[in-house]
Design a protein around this ligand. Structure first.
Ligand code: GPW
Length: 799
């Protein structure tokens, strides 16, 4: 949009007065933020309204991305950038004596997601709007987002994240578009006299679902999509005998809290209720909109909408859509089923068995009696149809209902026309191993969509310093098409460009060093290697392997104080699920090791270990630009894709990584020698599984370095871990090291030495960094969502 500084100043000052009866000299930072957000919102409402009208008038097919998590972070700068007014506003505010970055700090992170899965959904929201694709989000407006992490005495303590306390300027409550979602009670079928069996209900619990719309503004275009988040409330016309506090409490619980589990299945009733709540509300709204705008036969709805099931949490889309078509619109079962399969598509984000959702049949039956009947019927018809064609074993292995449980992944695959993994390796594993039986039956449904990241947030907003260097070197076209970064390659031997890249990285490191000083009270050397591992704490991600390597370096220096090492700062950021005991023990261990090393005068600044509390999107935006190294060291086959790996690459960090998830594609894109690869391959891992011949205790007994490091956990070397130390020690020895940490240790140390050697050669290091940046284009989520649009959803971008 076009905006002059003069116009903006006028709008901003007027808004401060009209909203808060104050002015620039007296306004507090919250007031400045709220006024600024309100002005920005005003700027895009017209574009939003116009685009809605355009969508309704053209009636083009739209996609709906159903996700139980979104992780947008802060929205102010993203909206400013996408409207094309970031610089204007920054300068105008500066002229008023206001620092935009300080004002932006007042916005709370919107953290209604846990980690990669939720952040991917938000990257997609940005990319869908920015590529002009008509596609919307559907989720839950949790009153409390992901807990805030405090570190006290080295332990994680969880505090509530009441992010809505100061209001949310971006959302619009649409009370008129509320729908009702019903749970429990009894259901029976009665003939309507025309041969149709219709369901009748008794004693259902009624919940009002109220949508809150948050516009998703496209980058310098005219597309504004919608992220619809549902809040649960008590229906207003509720029979007074039910209008009691207990009912209110129960109802509001539904959208009260985000489950803090990442890659873990939590089988609680409230979670199942949440899943049905946002699925049913979302589909009802879509149907109403379809009817009111198209007035077309509902039998053709597959030509107008696509519904995406983001992991299995929204899998109830399948039976709920069937219920709406069959019960509410009188569509025959077969036609309804065809339509459902055409409309639905599903992404799998993990092969970890502890994350695969399976709900007890009884629970579903009691909570959702009609949905249960429909699932039983889907399963029954499919079994009858396939048994003669493919035989009992294959049918049995792929049943939706088996052993008293409803398998949500099975329901998702069977009820949709597309199942995709999130990186090549992961998609191959789905086909060849984990979902092989399904692949045999439905080979055409399986495909890969390698994840991507919203590069606008992950460089243009978070790394203005590097963005400036890129602009000066290759022009600004990369801001619109990340593939254009490849133009950087010709500067690989240009000393002055390499120096500019180094200077930018150095400034980003200074910025982070200041933050570490402020938050952790630790002084770090900006010339040191900034070696970063930021992600949820999970055994399979192997933060522990990183820790063992740190201990190795520490003992090396204790043994030989004069050892010539490149100084390193090891930076961690990680939240553990509150119920994940082992993960919390690792956090405690990292913090105690950090204290031990940081306070050891003989180590000086050769090694520093920093655990930054409350890792979230905003902190990632400060940490990742400053990284020299990104640690992506999951056991091969376990990290479906990873997405921080792409953010590090974009910011010129080199990856220290295993052949897992999207790392493989990153190594290939950046080219040989520009990253550090180590560890077992996925085939070697599966070979161990087949043979059952991994013996971690042997490594402990036979490798003196490993022996000494592990003993440090139980012999008092690392202080204050008398509970956690033995737990970690036992996990690696007695319990045979589930994620092959010890098996990969030697090769990890080897790769770390290579890394150190390359870092000593500043030019060679920067060249490798440049090659990573130059080849990151394919990891833009603009590319990813275009593939979803073309191959799965069949939706078209606004030209
Ligand atoms: F278990 N992922 C996540 F598959 O962040 F559902 N949370 C989750 O609950 C799951 C997956 C689930 C992550 C994957 O671990 C990561 O490898 C991937 O990059 C990301 O989803 C986005 O696809």
């Amino acid at each position: 949009m076009k905006l002059s500084k003069k116009q903006f100043k006028q709008d901003f000052e007027e808004r401060l007065t009209s909203k808060f009866a104050t002015d620039i000299t007296k306004a507090g930072s919250q007031e400045k933020y709220a006024a600024l957000a309100s002005v920005v919102k005003h700027y895009y409402t017209k574009i939003w309204a116009d685009d809605n009208e355009y969508k309704d008038e053209t009636g083009k097919k739209q996609a709906y991305y159903f996700s139980i998590e979104f992780l947008p972070g802060k929205m102010l700068k993203s909206n400013l950038l996408n409207l094309g007014i970031l610089n204007t506003v920054r300068e105008a505010l500066a002229e008023l004596g206001i620092n935009l970055d300080e004002v932006a700090e007042s916005e709370p992170d919107m953290a209604i997601g846990n980690g990669g899965l939720g952040r991917l959904a938000s990257c997609f929201m940005d990319s869908l709007a920015s590529t002009g694709l008509p596609a919307n989000g559907n989720g839950i407006r949790y009153r409390y987002g992901l807990f805030k992490q405090k570190i006290i005495d080295g332990y994680q303590v969880e505090l509530p994240d009441s992010w809505l306390n100061n209001g949310n300027p971006w959302e619009v409550r649409r009370a008129d578009k509320a729908v009702e979602v019903r749970f429990g009670g009894e259901v029976w079928l009665e003939d309507d006299g025309k041969g149709n069996l219709l369901p009748h209900y008794k004693n259902q619990e009624r919940v009002l679902a109220v949508p809150y719309d948050t516009p998703m503004v496209g980058f310098e275009n005219t597309t504004v999509n919608n992220m619809c988040l549902w809040r649960s409330e008590v229906p207003q016309d509720l029979d007074p005998k039910f209008q009691n506090l207990e009912y209110m409490r129960q109802t509001s619980m539904l959208s009260a809290e985000l489950y803090p589990d990442d890659s873990n299945y939590d089988g609680r009733l409230l979670r199942l209720k949440q899943e049905y709540f946002f699925v049913s509300a979302g589909l009802q709204r879509i149907m109403r909109h379809y009817k009111s705008t198209h007035k077309k036969d509902v039998r053709n709805i597959a030509d107008y909408i696509a519904v995406h099931i983001n992991d299995t949490h929204p899998a109830l889309c399948v039976p709920e859509f069937m219920r709406i078509l069959v019960d509410e619109y009188g569509v025959g079962w077969n036609r309804a089923w065809d339509t459902t399969v055409k409309v639905m598509s599903y992404t799998n984000h993990t092969i970890l068995s502890e994350a695969l959702e399976k709900w007890p049949e009884d629970m579903v039956k009691h909570l959702l009696p009609r949905i249960y009947q429909i699932i039983v019927e889907i399963d029954r018809r499919r079994t009858a149809e396939l048994l003669p064609k493919i035989g009992a074993t294959l049918v049995h292995n792929t049943r939706i209902i088996r052993d008293g449980q409803i398998h949500m992944a099975h329901l998702s695959i069977i009820g949709s026309h597309s199942t995709n993994g999130v990186a090549k390796l992961h998609s191959d594993l789905l086909k060849d191993v984990e979902l092989h039986d399904f692949y045999e039956i439905y080979p055409e449904r399986f495909n890969n969509k390698t994840n991507g990241i919203a590069d606008r947030r992950w460089i243009q907003i978070s790394n203005e310093r590097l963005s400036g260097v890129l602009d000066e070197t290759i022009g600004t076209s990369w801001r619109h098409d990340l593939n254009d970064l490849v133009k950087l390659e010709v500067y690989k031997d240009d000393e002055s460009v390499l120096e500019c890249l180094q200077a930018a990285k150095y400034d980003d490191k200074l910025r982070l060093a200041a933050l570490i000083k402020e938050r952790n009270g630790i002084v770090v050397n900006p010339d040191a290697i900034f070696d970063v591992q930021v992600k949820r704490l999970h055994a399979y991600k192997r933060q522990l392997l990183n820790v063992l390597h740190i201990l190795k370096l520490y003992f090396d220096l204790k043994d030989e104080p004069e050892l010539d090492v490149v100084p390193r700062v090891f930076i961690f950021g990680a939240k553990a699920a509150p119920g994940y005991h082992y993960a919390k023990s690792i956090i405690k261990a990292i913090n105690e090791i950090a204290n031990m090393i940081n306070n050891d005068k003989t180590i000086a600044d050769k090694i520093k270990v920093v655990f930054m509390e409350n890792y979230n999107v905003s902190l990632a935006e400060l940490i990742i630009p400053a990284a020299n190294v990104g640690e992506q060291i999951s056991l091969a086959s376990k990290e479906a894709s990873g997405t921080s790996n792409m953010k590090f690459m974009l910011n010129g960090a080199l990856t220290m990584g295993t052949l897992d998830g999207a790392n493989i594609e990153i190594f290939e894109a950046a080219g040989e020698g520009n990253n550090f690869v180590f560890g077992l391959t996925k085939d070697e891992v599966y070979e161990y599984y087949r043979n059952g011949n991994y013996n971690a205790r042997d490594i402990y007994e036979q490798n003196p370095i490993v022996h000494r490091i592990l003993d440090a956990f139980i012999d008092g070397t690392i202080p204050n871990i008398s509970m956690e130390g033995p737990e970690i020690f036992d996990s690696l020895t007695t319990y045979n090291d589930e994620y092959f940490v010890l098996r990969d240790f030697n090769d990890y140390v080897r790769a770390q030495k290579e890394l150190e050697t390359l870092y000593r050669d500043k030019k060679a290091w920067t060249q490798a960094s440049l090659m990573n940046i130059a080849n990151v284009g394919r990891f833009s989520s603009d590319r990813t969502v275009k593939e979803y649009a073309d191959d799965i959803w069949h939706i078209k971008a606004k030209k």
